[in-house]
Design a protein around this ligand. Structure first.
Ligand SMILES: Nc1ncnc2c1ncn2[C@@H]1O[C@H](COP(=O)(O)OP(=O)(O)OP(=O)(O)O)[C@@H](O)[C@H]1O
Length: 244
């Protein structure tokens, strides 16, 4: 029987630096993220939000404790296996600058599929379905410099979704956008995750962004210090049908 698509952190700590000057970024985090759940991570600057996201995504190795995804301990995997797992199981949206400037929108969005060996034509066709679903029909051939900030972030959402990830990690995905574009990006990001059953972890400073998520956790000094649930879930609009 396949393992449930649950992501858990068990007593995760992360310290940086030498014995002389140590920074504790994570001071013992326990967290369970269920399939289909959207979790906003909030807290003051330096409270450990990005480090937590990176630890959950297998980008940063915890100093102690462990992260388990679908029954696999990320810390027990080799660097190569963790990289491969990130490509197949996770999607990422960052604040900005993640698209390759020389590639058109459809090829940017298709990259995760091409990296895992899907033929270019099929990968681009799947990417185009996502772009259309995200309201970018007709813009497939534009390069990132020819798109608005909000449109570029929707291409980044398409790229995060294109390989049918189990979890999407987003670090300040609206940080470089105005309020209206940011709301639109969150609407499509939460809708895409919800519609495909992927879990979503969003680091944000913006309470309006957090409102789109089903759960909000608050961090301080490397610990989770608060947790609340939002009643209003985003609209469950399924994404385009894409083969895994
Ligand atoms: N690579 C690193 N080397 C040394 N210290 C680091 C490193 N990455 C993060 N830190 C430190 O760990 C702590 C947590 O950083 P982190 O980036 O996770 O916080 P954050 O809550 O995401 O902050 P912000 O909201 O400002 O982005 C901070 O004190 C930071 O300076």
């Amino acid at each position: 029987m396949p393992e449930p698509a649950t992501l858990t952190a068990h007593a995760v700590t992360k310290t940086y630096g030498s014995a002389a000057a140590t920074t504790t970024a994570l001071a013992g985090v326990d967290l369970t993220i269920h399939p289909g759940e959207s979790v906003a991570v909030m807290g003051p600057s330096g409270s450990g939000k990005t480090t937590l996201l990176h630890a959950l995504a297998g980008i940063v190795r915890p100093t102690s404790g462990e992260v388990v995804w679908r029954g696999r301990r990320l810390g027990a995997l080799s660097d190569a296996d963790r990289t491969a797992l990130r490509r197949t199981d996770f999607g990422f949206v960052f604040q900005s600058g993640q698209l390759l400037p020389e590639l058109p929108a459809d090829e940017n969005a298709a990259l995760p599929l091409m990296l895992r060996g899907t033929a270019r034509t099929e990968a681009v066709a799947t990417a185009r379905r996502w772009l259309a679903w995200l309201g970018l029909a007709g813009m497939e051939g534009r390069r990132p410099g020819e798109l608005s900030g909000g449109q570029a972030q929707r291409v980044a959402v398409a790229r995060a979704m294109v390989a049918s990830p189990g979890v999407i990690f987003a670090d300040e995905p609206t940080g470089a956008l105005d309020q209206a574009s940011g709301q639109e990006v969150l609407r499509v990001l939460t809708g895409a995750a919800h519609g495909t059953g992927a879990a979503l972890v969003v680091v944000t400073h913006d309470e309006q962004v957090a409102r789109w998520c089903s759960r909000v956790i608050g961090m301080r000094d490397g610990r989770v210090v608060s947790e609340s649930r939002n009643g209003a879930a985003p609209a469950a609009t399924a994404g385009p049908v894409v083969a895994r």
